[in-house]
Design a protein around this ligand. Structure first.
Ligand code: HEC
Length: 167
């Protein structure tokens, strides 16, 4: 009698095991889906800061650079935004490497402020006016043309220079 009961119980075990396997598979699949979503968002987040010219993510260089004096931080931030928008297509954001235009590390030491304000606003005008440095640069850079920035105020350009200096 007991054995009979056991025999009858036997087949009932199978469907129970099947449901546990299905449950396990669903759980495994959900973990995979969640992990993929997390990884996808991680990469999206990583690339959100990247600009079009292949500069390193903005976050990286802000974290890796030494802290700049408090009174300059606002200008630095503005300068960085302007540089990314207006200059980074031709000037390397790391300031160390030449690109379409020369590396700008140390430019505030090689040129004076007034010259830089005029030059950045309209370098070709200075070439036409036969400013010797502007002409030399133009020749050295194989007559590549740096576009003019008539819309940048002196303050904008000073912010860009603060960024270049402290980058
Ligand atoms: C279209 C490319 C391009 C853009 C955009 C550009 N530049 Fe230039 N820049 C050049 C080139 C090329 C030269 C070298 C001189 C020449 O050929 O006119 C140069 C030269 C310079 C120089 C002189 C460097 C030295 O050694 O004296 C400065 C300073 C400068 N750029 C700053 C800027 C700033 C600031 C911006 C953004 C507001 C900017 N440039 C945007 C291409 C560019």
């Amino acid at each position: 009698m007991d054995e009979e009961i056991l025999d009858n119980l036997e087949p009932q075990k199978e469907p129970k095991e099947e449901t546990t396997t299905i449950k396990r598979n669903i759980l495994g699949l959900s973990v995979l889906v969640v992990a993929s979503i997390v990884i996808a968002f991680y990469y999206l987040g990583q690339n959100a800061n990247r600009n079009l010219v292949g500069a390193p993510p903005v976050r990286d260089f802000v974290e890796n650079r030494p802290t700049i004096p408090d009174n300059l931080s606002e200008q630095f931030r503005e300068g960085r935004a302007l540089f990314l928008e207006q200059c980074a297509a031709c000037h390397n954001i790391g300031m160390e490497a030449d690109m379409t235009g020369p590396a700008l590390r140390g430019v505030t030491q090689r040129r004076d402020q007034e010259w830089l304000l005029n030059y950045i606003r309209n370098s070709m005008q200075m070439v036409e006016d036969k400013d010797s440095t502007a002409v030399a640069l133009f020749e050295q850079w194989d007559e590549s043309i740096m576009v003019a920035f008539p819309n940048l105020s002196d303050e904008d350009i000073r912010s860009i220079l603060v960024f270049i200096e402290n980058r």
